[in-house]
Design a protein. Structure first.
Length: 205
């Protein structure tokens, strides 16, 4: 049978237990609130995506754009150089044949037409030579000449300037004499003027 002292002790124990339980519940609630308020850490994949989107990808796009532009420029430059090389070699062939071929009965017409393929100081030098030496000699001694270019190659070529190495064969007949044949190699410099390749230099090598 419980005495009044025992009942009082039980009441104190129950009150203490209730207080401890209340304190534990409050701490649990506070912990839950703290966890709910704390910001969530971004996942590693999300961080990398943001780095790629705002850092690596724009730089990569810039590099790719620059590379594409360079490749277009490089291709265009190479294409222009190839075109200039092909055109200048053909012009050197045709012009060399015109410069060194003539007949006594048409030497004025032949060599005057050839002058249209020249430019610069070489035009002046060639004009003086044919007018003072070649044309008078061809008429007086019945000289005819035929030139051929069996081979020619581009040394360098830019859109408006080119150098060509040509191998030239020229056959000359003086009056009734037997033909004489000479072979030589010539370094030909050309300039593109008004859309045409004109010879500005003609040097035996």
């Amino acid at each position: 049978m419980s005495t009044p002292e025992d009942k009082a002790a039980d009441a104190v124990e129950e009150e203490t237990t209730a207080t401890e339980v209340g304190d534990y519940d409050a701490e649990a609630v506070d912990a839950d609130d703290t966890e709910a308020v704390a910001p969530a850490e971004p996942e590693p994949g999300s961080r990398w995506a943001r780095v790629l989107a705002f850092g690596v990808l724009p730089v990569l796009a810039l590099l790719l754009g620059g590379a594409a532009g360079y490749l277009r420029y490089d291709y265009s430059s190479r294409h222009d150089a190839d075109t200039a090389g092909t055109e200048s070699v053909q012009a050197a062939r045709d012009s060399t044949i015109a410069l060194l071929s003539y007949k006594p009965e048409s030497v004025d017409k032949d060599l005057t037409a050839a002058r249209d393929r020249l430019t610069g100081s070489f035009l002046d030098a060639y004009t003086q030579l044919v007018n003072t030496v070649v044309i008078p000699g061809a008429k007086e001694k019945k000289i005819s000449a035929v030139a051929q270019v069996p081979a020619a190659a581009s040394v360098s070529a830019k859109p408006d300037h080119a150098v060509v190495l040509a191998f030239v064969d020229q056959t000359v007949v003086v009056g009734n004499d037997a033909p004489t044949r000479t072979a030589s190699s010539v370094r030909i410099t050309l300039e593109k003027v008004g859309g045409r390749w004109l010879i500005s230099g003609f040097e035996p090598v």
